[in-house]
Write a protein that binds this ligand. Structure first.
Ligand SMILES: Cc1ncc(COP(=O)(O)O)c(C=O)c1O
Length: 392
């Protein structure tokens, strides 16, 4: 089903100001979500934070039902966390690892995840091994199968890496993890909101996502999914009196749902608004969003690839809404600055975020233009023409 782009644009006030191609950084909130967030904060101002939370109980609970619907999970498998990194951490740091255990991860792994693997490797004596990419840059499933042995205690990959348009084969990895009974953690930070995600079909045990990117929620919000079968087997790395209850001077009982991974104090307005942002995305239909995002990204990639001095740096067999490129004469930072002057929001991927993958490819920084369903062919073409005019 085709998306009503005019309505999507009419409900996105930020589009009046610029061409927003930084959706993988933070997408523009739809008006109903931004209005909901503002109304919640106004109520906190007028009536008090605790009083507003009590009055908004239904909207706060809606976060869990919306998150469950998004992922084909159960509401008690969903936790609200302040961002994708902490959501991911709460699962990763809860998993037992010891000397000689192995964690298998993707080649284009997100930098913070890589740091956490190395951190725990230093703490526990476990090892991190990178699953090679095939010649398209996609995680090599045969190589993964060949790396499986009794020492592998976790498979943990980025679905869509931060620095390119690659989509890793999440469900195929899930089938391998399931076949060998190995826990599987999926970083869906960049994929949630741009494509349908079904944890049963993917076969992951844990999944992390952020609110502000393709889900179009507010900053400072994130989501963790933990499969029911795992919840009570995982000891969260941090506990408070929301995650657990103190029952005597020496004892506490940890909650039996995914909220054991949460904090008591959190961004309540953001939680209500993210629930609404998820409902809003589901109303459009994730398959329709995915179809349109790929159409726009393919058009942008093809246009950029035709330009002299421009090299599209996306790899992978399957591509998504992130489009990355280099220019033979201008740095990524210079392109970002010039684009901002001309009314185009883009970002730069560099440094820690994609270090292993970029080093292997001799890249240090790329310009990242990331489309969402509310962008248009005309915006994509104008951006391509703008890049074509950059002095070289
Ligand atoms: C693949 C990937 N994982 C995790 C994150 C971290 O998300 P957050 O900033 O919400 O913690 C990012 C952020 O860009 C990302 O691209």
């Amino acid at each position: 089903m085709a998306l009503d782009v005019d309505r999507a644009r009419a409900e996105t006030r930020g589009l009046e100001n610029q061409v927003h191609l930084n959706n993988a950084g933070a997408a523009l909130m739809p008006a109903p979500v931004a209005d909901r967030l503002r109304a919640f904060l106004t109520a906190e101002e007028r009536f008090g934070g605790y009083e507003t939370a009590a009055a908004e109980q239904a909207a706060l609970e809606n976060f869990y039902t919306a998150g469950a619907r998004l992922l084909n999970a159960r509401p008690d498998e969903i936790a609200f966390v302040e961002n994708a990194t902490r959501a991911w951490d709460m699962a990763f740091y809860a998993l037992p690892l010891g000397p000689g255990d192995r964690v298998l991860t993707s080649h284009a792994e997100y930098g913070s995840n890589m740091i956490a693997y190395l951190h725990r490797a230093r703490q526990t004596g476990a090892e991190v091994a990178v699953i090679p990419a095939d010649d398209t840059g996609t995680l090599d499933l045969d190589a993964l199968t060949g790396m499986i042995d009794d020492r592998v205690k976790l498979i943990s990959i980025s679905h869509v890496p931060t620095g390119g348009g690659l989509v890793n084969p999440a469900a195929e990895v899930g089938a391998i993890a399931r076949a060998h009974g190995i826990p599987y953690l999926l970083d869906a930070c960049q994929s949630a909101g741009q494509m349908p995600l079904d944890v049963a079909a993917i076969g992951c045990d844990f999944l992390s996502a952020t609110g502000r990117k393709y889900l179009r929620g507010p900053r400072g919000t994130g989501l963790l999914y933990v499969a029911r079968r795992w919840i009570e087997r995982l000891d969260p790395p941090l506990l408070d009196q929301h995650a657990a209850e103190l029952i005597s001077a020496t004892e506490y009982v940890v909650r039996d749902d995914a909220r054991r991974f949460e904090n008591w104090e959190c961004f309540f307005a953001g939680k209500a608004a993210l629930g609404l942002a998820i409902d809003y995305a589901m109303d459009w239909d994730l398959s329709a969003i995915w179809q349109r995002v790929r159409h726009l990204a393919d058009r942008l990639r093809a246009g950029l690839a035709d330009l002299p001095h421009v090299t599209v740096t996306d790899r992978g067999r399957e591509h998504c809404g992130l489009v990355t490129f280099t220019h033979s004469r201008q740095s990524a930072d210079a392109i970002k600055a010039a684009a901002a002057q001309a009314g185009f929001n883009v970002s730069v991927s560099s440094g820690s975020g994609s270090l292993i993958d970029f080093r292997a490819r001799g890249l240090s920084a790329v310009t990242r233009a990331s489309v969402h369903y509310y962008n248009t062919d005309d915006e994509v073409d104008r951006f391509t023409a703008f890049i074509g005019r950059i002095p070289s």
